[in-house]
Design a binder for this molecule. Structure first.
Ligand SMILES: C[S@@+](CC[C@H](N)C(=O)[O-])C[C@H]1O[C@@H](n2cnc3c(N)ncnc32)[C@H](O)[C@@H]1O
Length: 261
């Protein structure tokens, strides 16, 4: 049940916001914004790159690793019929207190967004299937991302959207770098850096038939965005997937990506 918080003044809401750490910068009211590690411009560019190409009106959306909920809220505001936000690691974390931040933001916005405390490796088809699944900034945090991708395939009806850190990006052969013991950015939760060829072939192996790729809007090829479609995709879901998105599942696409950048 979503609550609105008309009883809080702007100053009271700001004081609540300041009790927490934030990853997402979210405008909750005019002039009342969460102080996220990702600033408002990066959030807007990511939102535009990831969600603007699609018509979410009336769709169901699963957000895996939602943290403060920015992309779940955006999907709902873009007309999604049902949005389920899931997370576990930061939602249960004593410092990040992600569940509390998600609920504060959701209730301030007054949005009907569902929440379930589920880790990616706990997702099963018991959740049902969702037209669109968001898997943003999570792949490289998982020790066994391939097992989780298999689970995500089971709950995706049309489109799986992925954002991930990448490595080996000058290599045409599918590959991933393993980062033991906090060797990527000093963060022990970073495990893998896949390249576009790896993501393409993994997604094809899982049964996705059309795979589009673009570099991250601010991080370049160091992070990649993937839109992977199942054969069941409805025509109306895609509004515009023009440049800089590229069709990866055509002969020579990976080589072209390496040569033309
Ligand atoms: C970089 S944040 C991405 C948040 C949001 N999806 C976005 O794109 O802005 C990583 C997310 O992955 C989740 N996660 C899931 N499993 C994790 C794990 N084993 N270690 C660290 N983070 C994990 C975290 O809880 C967090 O929400």
């Amino acid at each position: 049940m979503t609550l609105t918080m008309p009883h809080l003044s702007d100053a009271e809401l700001l004081a609540r916001i300041q009790q927490f750490h934030w990853f997402h910068t979210i405008a909750l009211r005019p002039g009342v914004v969460t102080p996220g590690l990702k600033d408002q411009q990066v959030m807007a560019l990511e939102e535009d790159a990831l969600l603007a190409p699609f018509d979410l009106t009336g769709r169901s959306v699963l957000d895996v690793g939602a943290w403060n909920g920015f992309f779940s809220f955006s999907a709902k505001q873009r007309g999604a019929r049902r949005v389920l936000a899931t997370d576990s690691y930061v939602w249960k974390h004593p410092v990040w207190q992600g569940r509390e931040t998600f609920e504060l933001a959701r209730d301030s916005l007054g949005l009907e967004v569902e929440a379930a405390e589920i880790a990616p490796f706990e997702i099963t088809d018991q959740l049902g299937r969702f037209d669109v699944v968001l898997f943003l900034g999570v792949f490289y945090h998982l020790y066994d991302p391939i097992e989780v991708m298999t689970r995500l395939r089971q709950v995706t009806r049309q489109l799986l959207l992925i954002e991930t850190h990448q490595d080996l990006t000058a290599e045409a052969r599918p590959g991933m770098v393993f980062y033991p013991a906090a060797t990527l950015a000093g963060d022990a939760t970073n495990w893998w850096g896949p390249n576009p060829a790896l993501m393409l072939h993994l997604l094809l192996q899982l049964g996705f038939t059309r795979i589009f790729y673009r570099d991250h809007p601010t991080l370049g090829r160091g992070h990649g965005l993937y839109a992977a479609f199942l054969p069941e995709v409805e025509d109306g879901l895609i509004l515009q997937l023009g440049s800089p998105w590229r069709d990866l599942d055509v002969p020579g696409a990976i080589e072209d990506l390496l040569v033309r950048g």
